[in-house]
Write a protein that binds this ligand. Structure first.
Ligand SMILES: [Zn+2]
Length: 295
């Protein structure tokens, strides 16, 4: 249900096999371990805990949340002995939106989320970076907003491995964030001399692929800006947005288990809204399709 990979000495990544290829990580020291993000479903998060306790034979002392979204933070409750660390903003957003969102999810799927409760971070940082020593390694937490306003990444300095959170995905997704912030965060990663990037979702990006993947994501963002400008000149901007598929913006529709097409559409509509402050209007025909599609 959850596969793991050894990324460097005592550094592991875990990928969900059931939910959108979401990733989490573990860094282990001689006496305790740090978990970076939890997974979407309880069983998968518990599998990470079992791995740390039974295979690595250390307890989890810290859990870091890269941002407040459910598939990265709702597993905090499965590490009752650990301190949870995040940005100030993650704590605020989880406090405000986490509980209502959990209530709603529980109504749709009571059995699956029965044991889940929202655990707010215990240690937060506001600006700059913070470091955490574990054995001979230094974990550096740095701000990487864009996918959401609160996003952080976790850099393992000695290994040059970055757990980037959702600011880095095979298809950039900024509906809860900001496209310009995302572009700035991605650009920042170019000069960091990274060996590996563990994206929030999808496969590990290896050293030789990192710059290409960053430029590819930046090109996608630029293309969306163009499309939205073009659409704004039309009487029915939604018709234009609906007609520009993910492939024509340089990305494959099959990435992220086929979620790409859907995320792409939401990106375009959100960017239009963020740019012009209004919802794009469509012709009658397209509006009808769109309503159906929303259900
Ligand atoms: Zn997210």
């Amino acid at each position: 249900m959850v596969g793991h990979e050894r990324v460097a000495d005592n550094v592991f990544s875990f990928q969900s096999e059931v939910y959108a290829q979401v990733n989490a990580g573990v860094v282990a020291g001689p006496n305790w371990a740090v978990v970076i993000d939890t997974l979407a479903y309880p069983d998968e998060t518990l599998a990470i805990r079992d791995f740390v306790e039974q295979e690595l034979k250390v307890p989890v002392r810290y859990v870091i949340n890269t941002h407040y979204h459910a598939d990265h933070s709702w597993g905090n409750c499965f590490f009752p002995g650990a301190l949870v660390i995040s940005s100030v903003l993650t704590r605020e957003l989880l406090k405000k939106r986490g509980r209502p969102s959990l209530e709603e999810t529980r109504q749709q799927n009571p059995a699956l989320f029965k044991q889940v409760r929202i655990v707010l971070p215990h240690l937060v940082f506001e600006k700059g970076t913070i470091g955490l020593r574990i054995g001979k390694k230094t974990l550096r937490l740095l701000s990487l907003p864009g996918h959401s306003p609160d996003g952080i990444g976790v850099l393992i300095e000695e290994d040059r491995v970055l757990f980037a959170g959702d600011v880095f995905m095979p298809l950039p997704y900024f509906v809860d964030g900001d496209i310009d912030q995302m572009a700035r965060s991605l650009t920042k990663l170019l000069d960091m001399g990274l060996e590996n990037i563990i994206q929030g979702h999808g496969g590990i990006v290896l050293r030789g692929e990192i710059d290409g993947a960053i430029y590819d994501n930046l090109a996608y963002l630029d293309k969306l800006r163009e499309v939205v400008q073009e659409a704004s000149k039309s009487q029915y901007p939604l018709d234009i947005l609906e007609s520009v598929d993910v492939e024509s913006c340089g990305k494959s529709r099959v990435i992220m288990n086929g979620l790409a097409g859907e995320l792409h559409k939401r990106n375009l509509i959100s960017l239009y809204h963020q740019t012009f402050g209004e919802i794009p209007i469509g012709s009658e025909e397209v509006e009808e399709d769109y309503d159906e599609y929303e259900d």
